[in-house]
Design a protein around this ligand. Structure first.
Ligand SMILES: C[S@@+](CC[C@H](N)C(=O)[O-])C[C@H]1O[C@@H](n2cnc3c(N)ncnc32)[C@H](O)[C@@H]1O
Length: 312
């Protein structure tokens, strides 16, 4: 059955702040690298004179956004691709700004069949692009105990990663690999238990870690930032909203490197890292949602917006 954009909602985070960064940039096109349900694209199309190219790796998001933004006619175009390939997939030039609002949308989380949430029983998939790569089920089945433990520790900051990895591998070895979200949530809860006073479900970190690994979220973000800067006009703006510390650290360090901050070890007498100043950082500290926005949209609480401007 075809879904319509009216069935799904996603409250756009830091909407006005993104429009403010974009508004002053010079050029004719803005790229929304994480189109989702088209909230930021819609704001830019409504409040500025720019055309918008929206990228999303999820073909269902593309269909919903195209329906929502149809009224803008030729001012909007959607591209079904990974934003890491922005250099190849956006043929437009004269790009004033590129914006990205990382992670999954509420539409993806709420669609139980996608397997992102432990709140409903669904196949363990978690791929944003269902045509590419291994699902979470395949990843768990094809990884060693040490590899699973590393994924949970590094991407989920899960302190009890080894124990969970052992329980998962025992199921693989017994010929009963996990196939659904509720089987995984139940296994994690039994493996590490619930601590009194825990505000989050014991499987929250495991689900975050697997989603990041399945979609190679940190690797593609590292590829995306320099490729996005390459695409911008001189004076163009790159603005990125992240939702957890792993992503924010990557954005912060990439911006610092591009702004010419030397990353050589302190004892080296002469700079050998080749740092060159190609951007100016526009956000000394990340911008966070106002108290009102956080109250109205609890998902926005962890959002951090960083922006930089291309110099040459
Ligand atoms: C948080 S949502 C964006 C919501 C949108 N700004 C709005 O207000 O409606 C993130 C979207 O980016 C997409 N996405 C995440 N990583 C991506 C990547 N590497 N390449 C392309 N799309 C990506 C997801 O599929 C999802 O639809």
């Amino acid at each position: 059955m075809q879904s319509s954009s009216a069935e799904f909602t996603h409250q756009t985070v830091l909407r006005d702040e993104i429009v403010e960064f974009v508004r002053e940039a010079s050029g004719s096109v803005v790229v929304d690298a994480t189109l989702g349900l088209g909230g930021h694209s819609e704001a830019i199309l409504e409040e500025t004179g720019f055309d918008v190219v929206g990228i999303d790796q999820d073909s269902s998001a593309i269909l919903l956004a195209e329906e929502r933004l149809a009224r803008f006619g030729k001012r909007f175009r959607a591209v079904n691709a990974n934003f890491a390939a922005i250099g190849r997939s956006v043929e437009e030039s004269d790009i004033a700004a590129i914006v990205a609002d990382l992670g999954v949308s509420s539409m993806q989380l709420d669609d139980a069949s996608r397997g992102f949430s432990f709140r409903a029983s669904a196949p363990l998939d978690m791929r944003m692009d269902r045509k590419e790569g291994l699902s979470a089920r395949e990843l768990l089945e094809n990884s060693t105990e040490a590899e699973i433990a590393d994924i949970l520790y590094f991407y989920g900051e899960e302190k009890r990663s080894r124990r969970i990895a052992r329980w998962i591998t025992e199921r693989n070895d017994a010929g009963q690999p996990l196939t659904t979200t509720d089987e995984l949530a139940d296994l994690v809860e039994r493996a590490i238990g619930r601590r009194p006073g825990d505000k989050i479900h014991p499987a929250t970190r495991t689900f975050q870690a697997l989603r990041i690994a399945v979609n190679r979220e940190l690797d593609v973000l590292k590829e995306f930032i320099p490729a996005a800067i390459e695409k911008l006009n001189a004076g163009g703006v790159l603005a990125i909203i992240s939702f957890h510390s792993l992503e924010d650290r990557i954005v912060k360090q990439a911006f610092q490197r591009l702004s010419g901050k030397c990353s050589c070890p302190p004892r080296i007498p002469k700079c050998i890292c080749g740092a060159e100043k190609s951007v100016e950082i526009l956000t000394k500290r990340p911008i966070i949602p106002s108290e009102d926005e956080q109250e109205m949209n609890p998902r926005s609480r962890s959002a951090k917006l960083r922006a930089c401007k291309r110099l040459i």
